[in-house]
Design a protein around this ligand. Structure first.
Ligand code: SAH
Length: 242
């Protein structure tokens, strides 16, 4: 069980979301990893509307039914769209700052960690957008993910998630891969973010290919189907209890 949340002083992304919401602009949200070059998340994209969402997210929004739990909802961009479409939506996020913004946007937003087993409401759809399953961090924690899904899904409920097979990062021109098999699954990444003078704690983030996800889902008593492929090694999956 993990009921931790992120306070305001240690939350670069929450700070960026809050600035953008209040002033219409934000500084650079920088992302560091031991595995990649420094990168940046354009803060405006965290406020994307339906038209600006990648195909797999639009499809996910269309496949939502009933009462929806938006996990790691960030600015609440998907929750806002779903609410407009008449869904009953609860948005959860560990970021206090993001929760403040979502509440001001009129959402039912709760500062709750997905892995907190004292949160026991039932949902027809659990939405994990923008590689939302990343919060699992490591493949070995997928059991915790499926246990949480069992706790939160109403009978007949579904999980919709998009992720990527990041093997292309390690692929040579001849198709061989520079992967150290002893180092664990290749989609396990470490990140750290910085915004203005706020630096967050480092965290683990999982990208998972469809076949591996399906294998673990079946091991935990779920069916897993691919809804669509995205444009770059990414996909949308739908997981339901067997
Ligand atoms: N879904 C949003 C935001 C993605 S960023 C979008 O598509 O734009 C990932 C979000 O997940 C961050 O806001 C982070 O605070 C939140 N998060 C990380 N771990 C979490 C956890 N265990 N439970 C709930 N939210 C979490």
């Amino acid at each position: 069980m993990d009921n931790s949340t992120i306070g305001k002083e240690k939350d670069p992304m929450g700070r960026a979301i809050s600035d953008y919401f209040r002033t219409g602009k934000a500084a650079k949200l920088r992302v560091f990893s031991s595995m990649f070059y420094e990168d940046e998340i354009p803060v405006a994209t965290l406020f994307r509307g339906f038209e600006d969402m990648p195909l797999q997210e639009q499809k996910a929004v269309e496949l939502c039914r009933g009462r929806v739990l938006d996990v790691g909802a960030g600015s609440g961009c998907h929750s806002v769209v779903l609410k407009e479409r008449g869904h009953d939506v609860v948005a959860i996020d560990i970021s206090e700052l993001s929760i403040e913004v979502m509440k001001e946007r009129g959402l039912d937003a709760r500062n709750v960690n997905f892995f907190d087993d004292t949160f026991v409401e039932k949902f027809d759809t659990i939405l994990m957008a923008m590689n939302g399953i990343g919060i699992v961090g490591k493949v070995e924690r997928l059991g915790d993910f499926f246990r949480a899904a069992k706790r939160l899904l109403a009978p007949g409920g579904q999980v919709l998630l998009d992720s990527s097979d990041i093997r292309y990062i390690f692929m040579n021109d001849d198709g061989s891969m520079d992967i150290n098999l002893a180092a664990g699954y290749y989609g396990e990444v470490d990140f750290k973010m910085r915004y203005k003078n706020v630096t967050g704690e480092p965290f683990d983030w999982l990208y998972i290919d469809f076949e591996t996800l399906k294998m673990y889902a079946e091991e935990h008593g779920f069916k897993c189907e691919k809804c669509i492929d995205g444009e770059h090694y990414d996909y949308l999956a739908r997981i339901v209890a067997e």
